[in-house]
Design a protein around this ligand. Structure first.
Ligand code: ZN
Length: 177
């Protein structure tokens, strides 16, 4: 910042302290020795989410949290598991430094984490987010989870009966043999 008295471009910092949401610096002009104060405030870079229809909207942590919380409703998870998951995603998104991110990318990030956290929550989220077109697509997803769970037994919660899933279908549940 230029000196407010003589407009010289350079100054030295003679004092610096943190204030509420930034840093207050006392400066001295290197040419006229005048003293002045500057404030630096932290500004979170704006992050836009590109929706399926191409519209952009500001990333909304609360909205993401609500969606994940809904998927995890009544699941036996640690109290802070959901907010921690959302914190992780938020941090990762801002760390990329990108100003825009497709909503599908955020959805994938949630799915990847739910898959290791809780299979029912994963299927619930996936059924909304992926908009499973039919019961076959859903069954494939469940089957792949089930075989994965069989290979990695104890660390996952058991899958609940199909009745638990928020999917409407007219297909008979029991296959006739
Ligand atoms: Zn000056």
């Amino acid at each position: 910042m230029n000196c407010p008295y003589c407009s010289y471009i350079d100054s030295k910092v003679i004092d610096s302290r943190e204030v509420n949401d930034g840093i207050r610096r006392r400066r001295q002009c290197l040419r006229c020795d005048s003293r002045f104060t500057t404030y630096e405030r932290f500004e979170r870079a704006s992050l836009l989410v590109i929706k399926k229809d191409g519209r952009r909207e500001e990333f909304d942590r609360d909205k993401l949290l609500a969606g994940v919380r809904k998927a995890c409703d009544k699941r036996p998870l640690a109290g802070d598991a959901v907010s921690k998951l959302v914190d992780d995603i938020e941090a990762e998104l801002y760390q990329t430094g990108k100003s825009e991110v497709p909503s599908s990318h955020i959805g994938d990030m949630v799915m990847a984490r739910l898959k290791t956290l809780d299979h029912i929550a994963y299927i619930r989220f996936a059924s909304v987010y992926r908009e499973f077109a039919d019961i076959t697509t859903l069954k494939e997803e469940v089957d792949s989870l089930a075989s994965h769970a069989a290979n990695h037994s104890a660390d996952q919660l058991p899958l609940l009966p199909m009745e638990e899933l928020p999917v409407q279908t007219k297909t008979p549940r029991r296959s006739r043999r």
